[in-house]
Design a protein around this ligand. Structure first.
Ligand SMILES: *Cc1c(COP(=O)(O)O)cnc(C)c1O
Length: 408
């Protein structure tokens, strides 16, 4: 076995079951393992690497800023935070932003803001605000967040959990409305559920949720940590439905694939609940993160990456839908966030990903049956065609013998 894998086995916590490949280098949509074998990255670190690996502009920005000033804490102002948040707010149409690092922290920030708004603005009795979430949600791994997950493994053994969360089925606006009570402060939703298996709700769902939330004075919080920043072929997945949320959570791609950078964006009224000392983060909004984040946003616009995600996504989804194979149950998604649902009676998603890996494509199964295709947004037409050729070849290789062997 590879020495690096052995060392991970010996020293690392066993909280991941990584595919057996040892990567050492990346450039654009490509990754190389320690044997200099090249792979097309169709996963992009769960959408964190939307700009491709080691984008030269982002790396140059990172180096220049690191040499100048990297971390100060927000005990002081820096020349980087204001301009970064100005770009972020102007691009997303949200008036204010609160910078954090990981997606989970930004979601926690949204939950804290929503509860405080519920108690101080809406007039819900202290400590009784409720937040409605969707079954199948994924919003990170903190104790509060896993407490409202519907995935047994994410919760098992980690309780007791925070109270105040109510679950409704995803994609069912009537269920949302029925669950609202005078204590409801907010509804937290992913416009497309990523980790649940790239679940696209019925058309008009988000717009219906927006109308319901407005009618009942409930905040609409959109978790776009995965779907945001061009991934689905719009800058925000909310834009597909022309919906403006009261609170928006961004992360992953915001760090340009180099750093953890996240943000909670909100209306004046919602963000107004925070006074100095109410909330914070040592690293949130550090100048290094801001410089890279601002450069990433510029690249999004200058590289026309939203349009590219839409065009390349349409090509990829069309190509996948054209594959006629008994193992395929469904191909779904928007832009370059695509899920291929397999019949586990023919092949598991994990086994399919291992076969893709052996043929030079890195992807990742989500749950037992879905293979995720979410390459960097910079992917070109010929790279999409090359990926489709490999995927078709893997399907072709699933002979009846293979099926018997896999089932055995
Ligand atoms: C990945 C993800 C998160 C959590 O982000 P981390 O940076 O891993 O904490 C939150 N919400 C969604 C929708 C995600 O996909």
């Amino acid at each position: 076995m590879d020495r690096s894998i052995e060392l991970e086995r010996q020293y690392c916590a066993r909280n991941y079951d990584s595919l057996p490949v040892v990567l050492q280098r990346g450039e654009g949509v490509w990754l190389w393992d320690v044997n200099e074998r090249r792979y097309l990255d169709m996963m992009s670190a769960y959408s964190a690497v939307s700009f491709g690996h080691s984008h030269p502009v982002l790396v140059a920005t990172l180096i220049a800023q690191a040499q100048k000033l990297a971390v100060t804490s927000r005990a002081y102002h820096t020349d980087q935070l204001g301009p970064f948040l100005q770009s972020l707010c102007e691009m997303t149409g949200m008036p204010r932003a609160l910078p954090m690092n990981t997606g989970a922290e930004a979601v926690e920030t949204a939950l804290k803001a929503a509860r405080k708004w519920g108690h101080k603005v809406k007039g819900i009795a202290d400590d009784s605000a409720e937040i409605i979430v969707c079954r199948g949600n994924f919003a990170g791994r903190t104790t509060t967040i896993v407490g409202f997950s519907s995935e047994p493994q994410y919760r098992d053994g980690f309780g007791p959990f925070a109270a105040g969360f109510v679950s409704v089925p995803f994609g069912d606006a009537a269920a949302l409305e029925a669950a609202i009570t005078p204590r409801t402060a907010a509804f937290l939703v992913e416009p497309i559920q990523g980790e649940a298996g790239i679940i696209v709700p019925p058309a008009g769902y988000l717009a219906a949720c927006r109308a319901i939330c407005t009618r009942h004075k409930v905040l609409l919080l959109c978790d776009e940590v995965q779907t945001g920043l061009g991934r689905t072929g719009r800058l925000l997945a909310c834009d597909h439905d022309a919906v403006r949320p009261d609170g928006l959570v961004l992360g992953k791609a915001l760090g340009g694939g180099l750093l953890p950078v996240s943000a909670f964006l909100a209306s004046e009224e919602l963000m107004g609940v925070f006074a100095p000392g109410d909330h914070g983060s040592t690293f949130g909004g550090n100048p290094l993160a801001c410089a890279v984040g601002a450069a990433a946003l510029r690249l999004m616009v200058d590289g026309r990456l939203v349009e590219r995600a839409q065009e390349m996504g349409a090509r990829l989804i069309e190509g996948l839908r054209a594959i006629d194979h008994r193992a395929i149950r469904e191909v779904r998604g928007k832009g370059l966030l695509i899920g291929l649902e397999l019949d586990p009676g023919v092949i598991s998603a994990r086994e399919f990903c291992e076969r893709l890996m052996r043929n030079g494509i890195l992807s990742k199964d989500t749950h037992a049956t879905v293979v995720r295709f979410a390459p960097p947004l910079i992917i070109t037409e010929s790279e999409v065609e090359a990926a489709l050729a490999v995927i078709r070849a893997v399907f072709d290789s699933l002979s009846d013998n293979d099926r018997d062997r896999i089932a055995a």
